[in-house]
Design a protein around this ligand. Structure first.
Ligand code: B16
Ligand code: MG
Length: 214
């Protein structure tokens, strides 16, 4: 019997994934590295530093830790600038109603985002009070595909992993949910998210009535 639903943020609730891509592409350009939208899929759900390392690997570039810290901070300052303009209307269609309905039906609801900017995004979207627990990139040691973030979310909700369903748009996130022993709904395309228990194009396309038949 499913008792809790855990949502990823970027790509599941709002399209901040696009702003991450634009900021990384700007940095890659500065470094003379060509970085495509397809390669960007590898960055979804993974930490800021790991994302930078993937881009450097694509470009065959090796840098010192200090330089990498500097570049990651630079990318983040651009990202923070881009997301300042986010408005509550940018929440994906039907998601706010879905969050409300889940709580009305007695499900516990959590947010689990690898982003260290998740608090800012929730504040701008004005939806922080719709979650019983929030876990973000500042609270974990190992980012997705490690299951740590989802296990922490379940523990904050006071439920065991096997009664949780995770909504994820990233391959690393689907792997993390499965490694945590949870059910997973992939939001996006079967090419990347084939391991999920179900796949939908958009988060709110998944009917709450089907949570128990995953
Ligand atoms: P930040 P999610 C993830 O958020 C993004 O998908 C990923 O692309 C990003 O690198 C990561 O957050 C870290 O973000 O630089 O803001 O700390 O999808 O787990 O909500
Ligand atoms: Mg995501």
């Amino acid at each position: 019997m499913i008792k809790a639903v855990i949502f990823d943020l970027d790509g599941v609730i709002v399209d901040t994934a696009h702003y991450h891509y634009v900021a990384w592409q700007r940095l890659a350009k500065e470094l003379g590295i060509s970085f495509t939208e397809k390669e960007n899929e590898r960055l979804k759900g993974v930490s800021r530093m790991h994302s930078l390392e993937i881009i450097l690997e694509i470009g065959g570039v090796t840098l010192s830790q200090a330089k990498k810290e500097e570049l990651a901070t630079k990318k983040n300052s651009w990202f923070v600038e881009y997301i300042e303009a986010i408005r509550p209307e940018e929440i994906f269609k039907g998601v706010k109603e879905m969050l409300q309905e889940l709580r009305t039906q007695g499900f516990r609801v959590a947010l689990a985002s690898s982003s260290k900017n998740a608090e800012t995004v929730l504040r701008l979207l004005q939806i922080k009070n719709m979650f019983d627990a929030v876990v973000d990139g500042t609270m974990i040691k190992n980012s997705k595909p490690d299951p740590e973030i989802f296990l922490l979310a379940a523990s904050k909700l006071g439920v065991s992993p096997d009664v949780c369903v995770v909504f994820e748009d990233a391959e690393a996130g689907v792997e993390a949910a499965l490694a945590a022993g949870m059910k997973c709904v992939g939001v996006g395309s079967a090419d990347q998210l084939g391991k999920a228990h179900a796949i939908v194009k958009s988060t709110a396309d998944f009917p709450i009535s089907k949570l128990n038949s995953l």
